[in-house]
Design a binder for this molecule. Structure first.
Ligand code: ASP
Ligand code: MG
Length: 456
């Protein structure tokens, strides 16, 4: 059965990476759809160019020249047939010329409207998909290049446009489903992130939006009866990991995860797929896999709708940064509750993340991650300043604060000091927060609770 493949910016950074992609596509079933992000950092470059164009056209167009050099360099490295080189260069040149015209109009009008930004940003994906389409043809793979603006219909909320599922389902039939069903193509190549509003202006789904595109395309093709095996999101690491490999040396990839756990992991700051992006796929009963472009042996992290396990299982540990505890006490329960509510709103207004709050009788606590500590000056309750603490969160399934998890306290007692360790359980049983007055040894927690317990 065909797949939807999505390749992010880092997967399309170098000629070597693109060669990997070509071999992945070659071995995928006929009828596969491949969705591309812009070449790595190109979206950033274009958005910088649009801003600079307000004051300095020449400087902004220098950035476009950098994109041109990179695209032409990749064309030269990837493609050998002179006809395909010519066609690829012609298409890329059209997009770059339009980008330069957009920058000229921004410079002339001295204003940068959302519609102009989206038209400019879209060039990143239009260029990468064009280059890769011709590179596929050059290696003998029958590729169909589809402009996703012809089916990814959105509202006019520029830079953060909302997909119109019914219209997309209708359009995708003629733009993708029919060509792939009746044409003799091995793969359709299209763009993530970009779309078109009902009043025919180019839009984008928000930064990092190409995962969302892949999931929408899968769901809407399936609604037209196009059978899809899975949606495979290609990144440059081995799927979703048990910890941040920069903090924990033996972090390993997780085989299967429920969407609810992913939801909590992303809330706590783990770099995982945004859950919103995969919901259309999961609602259409299409499995989502997070794959590694650079490691063809890796089978992927499989994300499913339901729980993975009926037993208690810890899958990951996430470090909680910039953590503070707010203590609230009052003479009566009602005042305490009001204080908790108003403080919660004030904390959220500072772009901080509340990760736990509770009240019992006249006393309550809020634990929050406050990345900008200048906000602490205004965030106190009853005159008390928030106290800095350390913490991490365990995520998994059917988690309960049991003796195994409490063994973390033992690990501290064995150490130099005996700090107090507190545990807080999420009502979903998908996570347990651990806090302490001293910094927690993430490596050790990972070894004891994830590596050792699964080895038994
Ligand atoms: N190219 C876009 C961005 O960098 C979309 C994406 O990569 O998902 O935000
Ligand atoms: Mg990108």
């Amino acid at each position: 059965m065909p797949k939807i493949l999505k390749f992010g910016g880092t997967s399309v950074a170098t000629a070597f990476a693109i060669k990997q992609i070509i071999s992945i596509i070659k071995s995928s079933p006929k009828g596969t759809v491949a969705i591309f992000s812009a070449f790595a950092k190109v979206t950033d470059l274009i958005s910088e160019a649009a801003e600079i164009a307000l004051t300095n056209l020449v400087k902004s167009q220098e950035l476009v020249y950098r994109i041109e050099m990179r695209s032409f360099g990749l064309i030269e490295e990837m493609i050998s047939n002179p006809d395909y080189i010519r066609e690829a260069e012609a298409l890329v040149t059209i997009h770059l010329n339009e980008l330069n015209e957009l920058l000229e109009s921004i410079n002339f009008l001295k204003e940068c409207h959302g519609s102009a930004i989206d038209s400019a940003l879209a060039k990143g994906e239009l260029i990468s998909s064009a280059v890769i389409h011709f590179a596929l043809l050059d290696s003998g793979i029958k590729s169909y290049l589809a402009d996703s603006r012809n089916f990814m219909i959105t509202d006019s909320n520029y830079c953060q446009a909302n997909p119109q599922f019914n219209l997309i389902t209708e359009k995708i039939k003629t733009e993708l489903v029919e060509p792939m069903t009746f044409g003799d193509y091995h793969v359709a190549v299209s763009q993530g992130f970009i779309g078109r509003s009902t009043n025919l202006k180019t839009t984008t789904l928000g930064r990092g939006g190409s995962d969302f595109s892949a999931s929408i395309i899968g769901a809407c093709m399936a609604k037209n009866g196009y059978e899809i095996d899975s949606i495979d999101i290609y990144t440059d690491v081995d799927g979703v990991m048990s910890a941040d490999p920069k903090l924990v040396s033996n972090a390993r990839s997780i085989d299967r995860l429920s969407v609810n756990e992913i939801l909590e992991m992303s809330y706590f700051g783990a770099k995982v797929l945004h859950p919103k992006t995969i919901l259309p796929a999961l609602e259409a009963q299409i499995p989502v896999n997070v794959m590694n472009t650079m490691n063809s042996e890796f089978l992927g992290t499989n994300i499913i709708n339901n729980n993975v396990d009926s037993k208690s299982a810890i899958h990951s540990v996430i470090n909680l940064k910039d953590l503070y505890i707010f203590r609230i006490s009052s003479d009566d329960a009602k005042t305490c509750m009001n204080e908790i509510n108003s403080l919660s709103l004030r904390i959220m207004a500072t772009n901080s993340t509340i990760i736990y709050s509770s009240v019992i009788a006249y006393n309550g606590i809020i634990i929050a991650m406050v990345p900008d500590n200048t906000n602490l000056l205004v965030l106190h309750s009853n005159g008390k300043t928030p106290e800095p603490i350390f913490g991490c969160v365990l995520t998994g399934e059917n988690l309960r604060i049991d003796s195994e998890i409490m063994s973390i306290s033992k690990m501290f007692e064995l150490g130099f000091h005996i700090p107090k360790v507190d545990y807080y359980q999420s009502p979903t049983d998908n996570s347990i927060i651990i806090t302490s007055d001293v910094s927690l040894d993430l490596q050790r927690i990972h070894d004891e609770l994830i590596i050792r317990s699964t080895a038994q």
